[in-house]
Design a protein. Structure first.
Length: 66
């Protein structure tokens, strides 16, 4: 495999490229460097707790005849 390149120096860092303590600090940094910017707020996904055993749970009553 050879070397690859891109015109964007931050393309390989993805969403972890630049992080700031406040929105104002992010705006000031981008404006100081003359960059166009989009500020994205950190999103914490809501995770639902799932049980593997629940996959096999039968709804309602169940009778086993042997």
């Amino acid at each position: 495999m050879g070397w690859t390149s891109t015109g964007d120096p931050y393309a390989n860092v993805g969403g972890a490229g630049l992080n700031f303590d406040s929105e104002a600090a992010a705006k000031e940094f981008a404006e100081r460097h003359g960059w166009e910017y989009v500020i994205k707020k950190h999103h914490t996904p809501l995770l639902k707790v799932k049980s593997y055993a629940k996959t096999f749970q039968v709804e309602g009553s169940f009778q086993c005849l042997v």
